[in-house]
Design a protein around this ligand. Sequence first.
Ligand SMILES: [Zn+2]
Ligand SMILES: [Zn+2]
Length: 212
Amino acid sequence: MTNGMSRRVELQIGTHQFPRMVEVQAQWSRTDDVRWLIDTEAMQWLFDRVAAGEIDSAQAQEWMRSVTGWESGCCTYCDSAAPSHAEAVRRMDELIARWNREQETVTPESHPYLLNKSRIHAWNCSIVNPIKPDNRLTTLHEYAIELDDWGSIDAMLKRYWENWMTTRRITAANLAARLERRNPNARDPRCKRCSPPLPGAYLSEASDVQSR
Ligand SMILES: [Zn+2]
Ligand SMILES: [Zn+2]
């Protein structure tokens, strides 16, 4: 698939001005580099100015370079994401701070279980890697690609939070409530490695059969 971008730019060098806006296009695909297309009439005008000695070729070259490139120096996604980059970085920092604050309230006593997707582990199970959010949006290009995928900073941050929440510490009460809702015929939801004792009515169950 070919992507494209088009913009209109002014062609003015010193006191010399082309009588209308010049259309500049960029086309690219996943496999090809960007191709820049520019109005030939404007180019002819530019060469005529150089030929007449009204501007020098370095000025013509400089103009070409400035209009057939990305303002960000990287890509079109970076160009569109640049204005909101600082806001995204700040909000991501805030989200990480919020996550960390919530983790600080978690202790082995208050939240003895670790839910990883839907598997239940003891809080300190060695096979689960704890979530350590870091701010990858600090690189403009990474942020730009994510913004293009998610459409907005809100959607992006919501997705991050949901991802982090797939591995989270839970209380015994929370786990008991989850167990109440689960299909009694489903497989034992506990990790085989750490196999934590279940809370409440399930405490003494060796299997997942719900009998009281
Ligand atoms: Zn980029
Ligand atoms: Zn485990």
